[in-house]
Design a protein around this ligand. Sequence first.
Ligand code: NAD
Ligand code: UDP
Length: 319
Amino acid sequence: MSKRILVTGGGGFIGSHLCKRLLDEGNEVLCVDNFFTGQRKNIHALLSHKNFELLRHDVTMPLFVEVDQIYNLACPASPVHYQFDPVQTTKTSVLGAVNMLGLAKRLKIPILQASTSEVYGDPDVHPQPESYWGKVNPIGIRSCYDEGKRCAETLFFDYYRQSKVDIRVVRIFNTYGPQMNQHDGRVVSNFIVQALQSQDITIYGDGSQTRSFQYVDDLVEGMIRMMNNQDGFVGPVNIGNPNEFTIKELAEKVLAMIPESTSKIIYKDLPSDDPRQRQPDIKLAKKKLDWEPHIDLDEGLVKTIEYFKRELAETPSVI
Ligand code: NAD
Ligand code: UDP
């Protein structure tokens, strides 16, 4: 049945894919974004859709609208951007959660929080199951994001226990794909944009740190399954692709897939608190949501490289 669905951060990378999928399934979508990191062009094709509405709004301010479900994605996700104004990043996670939970409470509707693998910090347990409490520096340069998201999870579970709000929490692991901003600053878009422009590929540290990369379509499927599960399953649940790569392997892979590139790999200082390893344990998502990722890194990179080729042909960039 068609629903009215609020997507905060709907102009961003993941949010724009989610808005499109929800519209394709026949829903009405209200996209709320302040365009701090989002791009209007991500949702340009949706603006003429009769069931799509865009509202420029900052989630740190209260919002009064009538909807049937909320996906709360508003928050810069790239270290470069969330560290640009760290106080605003924490406010976005914490006040944004309070405002959206208040809305869900008043309307008695389900609300899904886009949490993150960053709640595990620089993990000692590998791969990371949901039961692991993490190892997070509370006062470092990543803390505005990590602790903001941890506090948002706390608020979600307290609204659940205290006010019976119908919550769902997904912990998203590194996700990539078309509609990432070419200036996003995260590793997949950086390496592809650098390779396509034959600029140096910038590995931070020695490149031995690992990440597990998920293609955006797999994530959107997992989020929708989580929102619509009827078993009272509130999470938190990891949504990620367990295929783990070193950052050096990723650089080499991207270069091999863009044979015309003359880029060289260079090494830069590793930022502080950069997690050494990250890999989701997805047993819970398999069991509760019958979900697992289907798009491997090679397949996802092909689609993402094609996207950035088109993007750079229109607006060449220098990282
Ligand atoms: P993104 O930066 O492309 O999207 C975030 C969106 O939120 C942008 O459109 C931005 O303008 C908007 N926004 C930021 N602050 C806002 C505010 N105060 N009010 C309203 N809108 C605001 O990032 P993304 O990769 O699409 O991430 C979306 C969500 O998923 C974020 O909450 C992020 O923490 C979470 N997440 C993403 C990843 C990933 O790998 N992409 C991993 C873990 C978690
Ligand atoms: N990274 C890198 N070069 C870049 C951008 C990132 O080597 O141009 C590294 C970064 O230090 C980290 C990994 O790639 O170890 C993933 O970084 P990203 O910002 O994509 O995500 P996160 O650290 O939040 O997982």
